[in-house]
Design a protein around this ligand. Sequence first.
Ligand SMILES: [Zn+2]
Ligand SMILES: [Zn+2]
Length: 161
Amino acid sequence: MSDAKTLTGGCQCGAVRFRVTGPVGRASICHCRMCQKAFGAFYAPLLAVTEASLEWTRGKPAHFQSSNHVRRGFCAACGTPLTYEAPDGPALAIGAFDRPAEIVPEIQFGTEGRLPYVDRLHELPARHTEEDVAASPFLSDIHSYQHPDHDTKTWPGPQGE
Ligand SMILES: [Zn+2]
Ligand SMILES: [Zn+2]
C-alpha cells in the first residue's frame, strides 16, 4: 500500500484512537515468538507507518519495552495491542483499524516462529456466529460494549455510541 489516504482505528474500549494520514508502508504478519506473546495470538498483523503520519486523536497508548530495541503500545484501560515501535518506525495492529479488510498483508516475517498449524487454519470447519445460537443462547441478544468502527465525538455516547 502506498496511496495517500486517511485511516482510523483504536482500541476496543475507545480510550485510545488514532489516525494515519498519507502514504503508509507495507502491511505484514510477523510470526516471531515475541509478537505471538505481545498479541496473545498466532502472529502479529502490522501496518508500517511513519512517525509523521500517525496522530493519537483520543488518549495515548501505554508501552511495554519488549526488548532493547522495541516497545509495544497497548491500551492501558482494555489491553488491546496497538503498536510495534522499532528504531525504523512504528507499525500499527491491523485488527485495530476501523476497516482492516482494506489493509492487505504483503509479506510474512519471523517465519522461524511460525506455528505449525497456521498454514492449515482455512481448512478447519467453519461456522457463522448465528449457527452457534442454539448451543450458546446468550449469543442471540449479545450487545457489544466495544467502540464502534468509526470516530466518535464523545465516548461512551448516549446509546453506547
Ligand atoms: Zn481501550
Ligand atoms: Zn515479530
